[in-house]
Structures are given as structure tokens and as C-alpha cells.
Design a protein around this ligand. Structure first.
Ligand SMILES: NC(=O)c1ccc[n+]([C@@H]2O[C@H](COP(=O)([O-])OP(=O)(O)OC[C@H]3O[C@@H](n4cnc5c(N)ncnc54)[C@H](OP(=O)(O)O)[C@@H]3O)[C@@H](O)[C@H]2O)c1
Length: 294
């Protein structure tokens, strides 16, 4: 057990994730002492969300409030904030919450003798309130020096999550996978809604109409696995439908056509794994390789 394992906690970065984690930990009785942002005004609002009596701070004052710090700043700012915390005398434990970056992102703190680690929630947090609702029950990648990894696991346990480990060198691949499965899904949905728009449906109506279809599709893909859940023209090898889609996209913006083409090629391979007729797969691939105007 580390000398710092029950010490006061500081949140460096009072954004979406920082506020959500702060509130959840505070509700479990953890000693959240302060929330820091670049601007004190933002830190005050974030501290108020986390709970009564939580102080608002700047990054350089945070080491006076806390000996355990969660760095919830944007990935590109982690090393700079770690340098500020190290320069201002942080002792104890620090965790960053990036999925991609290695522990080396905390290098200034490592050099100061702070036990460093990471805690990456495999969850999407579009607002603090969404995070409070969604983080319990989520999976969290944990790693670090023994005291840091122990703190990360304790946080997961308190929140009611599931911890798992990813090797340092695999983090970018792991995070790319999470981004493809979740963030790109939002982008694909937007592209679909855009095509509905061109077909005459308003955005709200399109989202409402797609909700049962997409919800069932996602639930099936998660339950049965993507291969078994796949339906539609590519699963069946409907060349005529694929040709009609590709021709209809002739006037669509180039990024949308490229997105459709890349997703369609990947989907054909998924369909092959479940037995798509090779002649049909070949014919669809050939038409996708040509211009959509032919
Ligand atoms: N949101 C998610 O879905 C999610 C999920 C998993 C992991 N994460 C990880 O959590 C971390 C934070 O993400 P977030 O989405 O919570 O970010 P966010 O909502 O944008 O919040 C970032 C916080 O950092 C501060 N900040 C912004 N730019 C800064 C800079 N250049 N230097 C220092 N501070 C800066 C912001 O406040 P001020 O501008 O006032 O300083 C804000 O308090 C990231 O490492 C991200 O990878 C996020």
C-alpha cells in the first residue's frame, strides 16, 4: 500500500470526463479536494458539478490541494500539464485517461518520482451528466506503476466498472479499434442521415425513423457477432441493388462516396466469411472499383 493511497484527490482538467469521474468518486465518499482548469471560472463550474466544498484551482496550485491526481485534459495537453504539476511539487500518484498515449506522456512526473499510470474508460462521454450515467458498468483499461495501477483498479471498483489490461505497445491499436467501433459509427450514422436528407427526409425525422433499425442492428451485432448479424444487399450479394446505390452516389460529395466504397468493400469481406457467393462478391467489387458515374 502506498503512503498516498488515501490522500486527497485532484482532478486536472474539469471537462466532460473529469467532472463525471469526480462526481462519481465523490458520491462514493472519496476525498475529492479540487478541480483545476486553465481558467478559474471553468474550474469553479466544474468543481460545483463534482460536489459541494470541492475547491477550484489552477494547474500549478493543484499540488497544494492533492497528492493523487487524475489528468483529464486533452491528450495533446497531458505532458504539458504533467510538467506544470511536477514543477509545482506534486508528490504521490498520477493517472492519465488517454486510450492511446503511453505512460511516457507523464514523463515529467515520472522523473519527479510520482507513481504514474493510466485509467482509460472504454466509454463515450459527450457531457458530464452522460458520463455519470454511463461509466458505472463500463470497461476500463488500467496500467502503471504498482501504486498507480492499484489506484486505477480501486477507482474502477468504486465506480462499478470492469478493469482490463492492454500492453503499452498495443494502446494505439486498441484505441483505434474503440474509435472505429464507436466514433466512426457516429460518423456513419451522420452520412446515412445525410443521404436520407437528399431523399427528402428532414434530419429529426430521419433520426427517428432510423432509431429502431439502428438499435436492433447494433444489439444484434453485439449479441450474435457482426458476421451473423449482417443482413442487407451485401450479405445477400444483391448486385443490382449495389449498382443502384453506387450510381445514385455519383453526385454525392467525394468523401461520402469514398466512405461508402470503403465500408462496402469491408462489408463484402464480412459477407464472404459467412459464405457469400464468390462470383457475386467479385462482381460487386468490380463495380465499386469503377466510377459511380458509369
Ligand atoms: N470524453 C470522452 O468520451 C472520453 C472517453 C475516454 C477517455 N477520454 C480522455 O479523457 C481526457 C479528457 O477528455 P474530455 O473529453 O473530458 O475533454 P474535455 O471535455 O475537452 O475537457 C478537457 C479539460 O482540459 C482543459 N483543457 C483544454 N485544453 C487544455 C490545454 N491545452 N491545456 C490544459 N488544459 C486544457 C479544459 O478546461 P480549460 O479549457 O478551462 O482549461 C477541460 O477542463 C482525454 O485524455 C481523453 O482521451 C475522454
Amino acid at each position: 500500500m502506498s503512503a498516498f493511497s488515501d490522500g486527497p484527490i485532484g482532478i486536472a482538467g474539469g471537462g466532460r470526463l473529469g467532472q463525471a469521474l469526480g462526481r462519481l468518486l465523490r458520491e462514493k465518499g472519496e476525498p475529492i479536494a479540487a478541480v483545476a482548469c486553465r481558467r478559474l471560472e471553468r474550474a469553479r463550474a466544474a468543481a460545483a458539478f463534482v460536489g459541494a466544498g470541492v475547491a477550484a484551482s489552477t494547474y500549478n496550485e493543484l499540488p497544494r490541494h492533492a497528492c493523487r491526481v487524475l489528468l483529464t485534459v486533452p491528450d495533446d495537453a497531458i505532458t504539458e500539464v504533467a510538467a506544470t504539476l511536477a514543477a509545482d511539487g506534486l508528490k504521490g500518484i498520477a493517472l492519465h485517461t488517454s486510450g492511446t498515449l503511453p505512460l511516457a506522456a507523464l514523463e515529467p512526473l515520472v522523473r519527479s518520482g510520482v507513481a504514474c499510470g493510466s485509467l482509460h474508460p472504454l466509454q463515450t462521454v459527450p457531457s458530464p451528466a452522460h458520463g455519470v450515467a454511463a461509466l458505472p458498468g463500463s470497461w476500463f483499461a488500467v496500467s502503471g506503476d504498482p501504486p498507480a495501477a492499484a489506484w486505477a483498479r480501486r477507482i474502477v471498483d468504486l465506480i462499478g466498472g470492469h478493469p482490463f489490461e492492454i500492453s503499452e505497445e498495443s494502446r494505439p491499436l486498441y484505441h483505434a479499434g474503440a474509435v472505429m467501433a464507436c466514433n466512426f459509427f457516429a460518423a456513419l450514422l451522420d452520412a446515412g442521415v445525410g443521404l436520407f436528407g437528399q431523399a427528402g427526409l428532414g434530419r429529426e425525422q430521419a433520426l427517428a425513423a432510423l432509431t429502431p433499425l439502428v438499435s436492433t442492428g447494433v444489439a444484434n451485432a453485439l449479441r450474435l457477432g457482426p458476421e451473423q448479424a449482417l443482413t442487407g444487399p451485401y450479405a445477400r450479394g444483391d448486385v443490382r441493388s449495389a449498382r443502384a446505390h453506387w450510381a445514385a452516389l455519383a453526385t454525392a460529395p467525394a468523401p461520402l462516396r469514398e466512405l461508402y466504397r470503403a465500408a462496402a468493400r469491408y462489408t463484402i469481406d464480412l459477407a464472404r466469411r459467412r459464405g457469400l457467393d464468390e462470383c457475386k462478391a467479385f462482381e460487386i467489387e468490380r463495380l465499386l472499383n469503377g466510377s459511380s458515374e458509369q
